[in-house]
Write a protein that binds this ligand. Sequence first.
Ligand SMILES: Cc1ncc(COP(=O)(O)O)c(C=O)c1O
Length: 378
Amino acid sequence: MQARIPVIRPWFDEAEVEAAAAAIRSGWVAQGPRVAEFEQAFAESVGATAGIAVTSCTTGLHLAMYTLGLEPDDEVIIPSLSFIATANAVRYVGATPVFADVDVVSQNITVDTVAEVTTERTKAILVVHQIGMPADLDPMREFCAAREISLVEDAACAAGSTYKGAPIGNDPSLAVFSFHPRKLLTTGEGGMITTSDVELAARLRRLREHGMSVDTFARHSTNDVVIEQYLETGFNFRMTDVQAAIGLVQLAKLEDMVKRRRHLAAEYADALSGIPGLTVPCDPPHGTTNYQSYSVILTDDYPVERNELMAALSAEGISSRRGVMASHREPAYADHPSQPLPNTDFITNHSIILPMYHQMTSDDIEKVASIIRSGLDR
Ligand SMILES: Cc1ncc(COP(=O)(O)O)c(C=O)c1O
């Protein structure tokens, strides 16, 4: 039987195995020197002053929202078209998520869609670089600055994407990345907050470790007696040194991962060109995507329904996924008021995520494309 083509596969080799083993052999497996090294290396790679490693992007977003000091009536504008964690992060701190629609091409919120739902209670915008596609940040920054609204980037999918020539994450305020295996750079689970606000970084570091005045590694690395204090109510969102060891190896491979995906995306675009009713993703004018996911849109001109095509792919040993979900349509948000979100509904109904991973071959791409083309024979 031929191996299945998965929708995504992490790119690991012996270097990650060795790095994880070295962390275990060292005896230090909780948050320690490798986490500190990974934080610094990741921050440098995006051009931020500080990186704060956490257990996931979800917990990183939770911390980011927490530091905004939001009150129960405060509103945070987010796209509904996002993994549910984006909306949940706002709810964790008792504030109100407000769904904005997205641009149908970039699948991201824009100043125009945000303006439609901005009120005097809007305290923050959580902009998502959906599936690695950079959102247009400068107009959003101007919009926020003019209204004293905080801007936080959900960069879960965007390690290796760029905005106007700079890596996503080099913003002076806050960006939060995911290292879940669906992303390019993975540590199993894990996340990273980047910021260039030194005071905020120090607070985030404390908050992810119970609000402790001295971090555990520093306490254990000295022969002096250190009596720590708990300065505010914090959390346990610590990454382990085993994860960070893997992350350091993955970070060194990130550039190659992005290059490979962009090459594969070009092959897909060629193989899928000229198919009526099918639109492939491409870079926006203001940046470059890492193609974390390769999401295509199928309209009514394509003869087969999206779910039918997914079944046809699956029958041929190819995994696919529906495109990005719409949070406002999930039971957890059924009682949550929302304005109509036509573009969000359209994208979530008509998009399909095709396989995309470093080890994918040109033959794999051709196999996927040929099944999509065969839909035209119906
Ligand atoms: C846009 C977005 N935000 C947040 C998350 C949550 O990331 P994590 O699984 O690291 O908590 C994801 C995960 O896919 C995501 O796509």
